[in-house]
Design a protein around this ligand. Sequence first.
Ligand SMILES: Cc1cc2nc3c(=O)[nH]c(=O)nc-3n(C[C@H](O)[C@H](O)[C@H](O)COP(=O)(O)OP(=O)(O)OC[C@H]3O[C@@H](n4cnc5c(N)ncnc54)[C@H](O)[C@@H]3O)c2cc1C
Length: 502
Amino acid sequence: MATKFSHYDVIVIGSGIGGLVTATQLVAKGAKVLVLESYLIPGGSAGYFTREDYVFDVGASMIFGFGEQGTTNLLTKALDAVGQTLPTIPDPVQIHYHLPDQRQLKVHYDYEKYLQELVSLFPNESQGIRGFYDECRYIFDCLNQIELLSLEDPRYVARVFWQKPLACLGLAKYLPQNVNNLVARHIRDPLLKKFIDLECYCWSVMPAARTPAINAGMVFSDRHYGGVRYPQGGVGQIAQKLVAGLLKFGGEIRYRSRVNKILLENKRAVGVKLTTGEEYFARRIVSNATRWDTFDKLLPTEAKPRQEIRWQQRYKKSPSFVSLHLGVDANVIPKNCECHHVLLEEWQNMEKSLGTIFVSIPTLLDPNLAPPEHHIIHTFTPSYISEWQNLTPHQYQARKELVSGQIIERLEKIFPGLSAGLDFQEVGTPRTHRRFLNRIDGTYGAVANQRLFGLLGMPFNRTAIQHLYCVGDSTFPGQGLNAVAFSGMSCSHRIAGDLGFR
Ligand SMILES: Cc1cc2nc3c(=O)[nH]c(=O)nc-3n(C[C@H](O)[C@H](O)[C@H](O)COP(=O)(O)OP(=O)(O)OC[C@H]3O[C@@H](n4cnc5c(N)ncnc54)[C@H](O)[C@@H]3O)c2cc1C
C-alpha cells in the first residue's frame, strides 16, 4: 500500500501566502511538511521579479495584516509563529480616488479625516456616511476580539463563543449579509451608493450587492486601525521570510515541482505526482491551487465531489488583469503623490473590462526598489482571458501594445508626462497570470455568480475528498493576503486537530 511510504505529515501544493501560512503554522506545531511549488520562487500572486535595477511586485501591494494589536493582524502573527519579523512602512493614505466629474478623495489612515473628506463631497449624507462606516467598524471590532481559526472545529467555535459571546453573536448576524444591506440602512444618495460600490470593487471585484459584509467590515476598518503597510524590500519579502521560517522549523520546499495529479487510494488523498513522474506521500494533502485547478485538473473527473459542482454553479471566476510594470523618471511623479490610486472616468464602466485602473507606486515608500531618480508604477485593470486568446503571436503583441498605450494615455491625467518619462515597461496579460501563477484563466479569484447570502456560500478548508484540504483565495474568506493568511491559519488548525498536533 502506497500510504506506508508516507514521509510527510502534510504536503502543500503551492507556495502562495495561503500555502505558506498553512505550512509554517504546521511546522511550528511539530508536523513534517513538504511544500511543492511549480515556479522558481515562492509567493505566487504575492511574488516579485527583477528587471534591470527594478524590483517589481507581481500583484499585491496594498497590504493589510501587519498591525501590532488585536487578532486580525494575521501576517504579523504568521511570521512570528516561525520566529520571523519584517519591517514595514506605514502608508498614511490607503487610496487616492480619481472619480468621474473630476471628483477626488483620499482615504486617510485617520478615520475622522477620511469621513470629513467624504462628507465634504456628500454634505447631505453626513449621518448616513458615519452610520455606514461605524457599522463596518462594529463588525471589525467583533472580529478583532476573537482568535481567528477554523470554523470547522466545533471545540474552537464553542470556546470562542464561551469567551466572547457578544462578539460571536454580532458576527453571526452579519455572516449572511452583503454590503448593500448596510448601505440600505444608511445611505440614500445614488452617487454615494456608486462610490460604495467602487469601494467594494477595489478589492472584491464585485459591487456592494455581492460583497460580503464581514469582508467589508474588515477592509473598511482595518485601514484605520492596523493600517496599510508596505514590506521593506518589496511584497516578495513576505514569502521569503515565511520560507526562512519553514526551513528553520525543519520544513522543506521544492521549487520547479509542478504537481499534475493528486493520488487517491480508497477515495482518500494519499499523495501527489509531479510532471517529472516523482511521487510523494503524506497523511494529509493541501492544495493552494484554486478550487477549479484542484478539482478540474489535479483529480480525475469521476472524483469531483457534488459539493464542488454546486460551488462552481454559485461562484464564477473573476476577471484577470492587464498589468503594466513601469519604470519612470522621478519627475513624472507629482509632489505629495500618494502610493495607491484608483482611476475611474465613468461610473458605468466600473465593472467593465479595462474600466477601473489601479495604480501602485511602491518606491514612494521604499525607494530602494528602483534605481536612483526613478520610480516604479505598477498599474493594472481587469481583463478576461477570452480577450487574449486565439491570437497569432503578432496579434498578441499588437494587442498588448494597443492596450498598454490606452492605459498610459489615461494615466497621463494623474501623471502628466508619463509616456515621455518611461524608462522601462513590461506588460502582463491574463495569459501571463495563467502561465506564471498557475491560475485557471489567470483569475483573481472566486466571485458570486448570483446574489448570495454574504460569506455563507464560501467553502472552508476540508473537502469532500478525505484527507484533501484547500487553502487560498477561492476558499473562505476570499481574496487578499490577510484573507488567505486567515485561510492558512484555519487550514493548519483543522489539520493539526485531525493529526493530533495541538
Ligand atoms: C494584480 C493583483 C493585485 C493584487 N493586489 C492586492 C493587494 O493590493 N492587496 C492584497 O491583499 N491582495 C492583492 N491581490 C490578491 C492577492 O495577491 C491574492 O489574493 C493572494 O496572493 C492569493 O494567495 P493564494 O495563496 O490563494 O494563491 P497564489 O498566490 O495564487 O499562490 C498559489 C501558488 O501555488 C502554485 N501552484 C499552483 N498550482 C500548482 C501545482 N499544480 N503544482 C505546484 N505549484 C502550484 C502557484 O505557482 C503559486 O505559487 C492582488 C492580486 C493580483 C493578481
